[in-house]
Design a protein. Structure first.
Length: 122
């Protein structure tokens, strides 16, 4: 029990460390990535007004045909491509990348690279 509490506190500290430098504005929203064991999701958030502009997740009903399992890098690439397409449809081209408490590695990096390839500027 003590170990899981310590790990949770470490994750919270890492999240705060990233978030104190990254703020979303209407012109340049924050691209927030959330990673679980089975899914990955991304949101474009305007922190000034507290509104989510665009979101995409492997658990969305519209993406279940494209993604069989959401816990791998290929699913993260699909989500990165979809979030970039939805963002450009809303007129957003520049974003701030918020990795949360995760390392920029594996699925998080795959999502970011796919979003860049689809047209988002970090």
């Amino acid at each position: 029990m003590e170990h899981s509490k310590a790990v949770g506190k470490q994750r919270q500290r890492r999240t705060y460390r990233v978030r104190k430098r990254v703020r979303g504005t209407p012109e340049r929203p924050r691209l927030c990535v959330t990673r679980t064991l089975r899914n990955i999701s991304a949101q474009l958030i305007d922190d000034i007004s507290g509104v989510t502009l665009v979101s995409a997740s492997t658990s969305d009903k519209s993406l279940t045909k494209q993604v069989k399992y959401g816990g791998n890098c290929s699913a993260a690439e699909v989500i990165g491509k979809v979030i970039a397409e939805r963002a450009t449809a809303k007129g957003v081209a520049d974003v701030c990348f918020d990795r949360g408490s995760c390392k920029y590695h594996g699925r998080v990096a795959a999502l970011a690279n796919a979003a860049r390839a689809a047209g988002l500027q970090f």
